[in-house]
Design a protein around this ligand. Structure first.
Ligand code: SF4
Length: 208
């Protein structure tokens, strides 16, 4: 595993992306705060990984302005407004669906807020458990759709074509019959701006 992580971090570096390894979700929380200046506003994506780290509550307790679309009690309209503001925040915090050993990073998105936030942010922090590392980009895409998305559809009772039996049927998974979760796919193969993008690899299984 150690060699695989070293190879992955070297692969990210070649792509102008800073990769860092931490042992635990607690260390990931500390590292995330180090990567986000205190005065920053923060946009987030829906993410079981971020939930498991408990990062939103932690950032809010530390005084960050977090555009939290999942805040209890807010309306659907307010939630959508938070997502839009989050896409334009100083920092965007997210997890990925998979990452190849060479450092290609895969993100799936339903409405496109996640892909928008990732593409736009001046400061982008991605968190990824070791369970999401795959042998190739093809495997990363396969994992994202056939493993991560089907489990997320089930978790959120999302009315997609895979909801019933966990089998992807992307050729028929279209509106209005189905509510498709993986409408947009973003693969980051490289970064132009030095320092814009950081990937925290966590030595635990996190998210799907
Ligand atoms: S295309 Fe549809 S059926 Fe396939 S994983 Fe995505 S949401 Fe599920």
């Amino acid at each position: 595993m150690e060699q695989k992580i070293e190879g992955l971090i070297a692969g990210l570096k070649r792509r102008n992306i800073e990769g860092i390894y931490v042992e635990s979700r607690q260390e990931a929380g500390v590292k995330i705060e180090q990567f986000i200046p205190k005065s920053s506003s923060v946009g987030i994506s829906g993410s079981k990984t971020l939930d498991e780290i408990g990062i939103v509550a932690r950032l809010e307790a530390s005084g960050y302005k977090v555009f939290n679309q999942y805040k209890p009690g807010i309306s659907r309209q307010q939630s959508m407004q938070m997502r839009n503001l989050g896409c334009r925040a100083d920092c965007f915090l997210t997890s990925c669906n998979a990452i190849s050993e060479k450092g290609e990073i895969v993100f799936f998105s339903g409405y496109g807020h996640r892909t928008s936030g990732i593409s736009n942010a001046d400061n982008l922090v991605v968190v990824c458990g070791v369970n999401k590392i795959t042998s190739s980009l093809d495997q990363a895409l396969k994992r994202s759709r056939e493993h991560a998305t089907v489990l997320n559809c089930k978790r959120l009772d999302w009315k997609s074509a895979c909801l019933q039996d966990g089998t992807c049927r992307k050729d028929i998974c279209l509106a209005p019959e189905y509510k498709r979760m993986c409408c947009q796919i973003l693969v980051i193969e490289s970064e132009v701006n030095p320092g814009r993008m950081k990937v925290i690899i966590v030595g635990e299984s996190l998210g799907f």
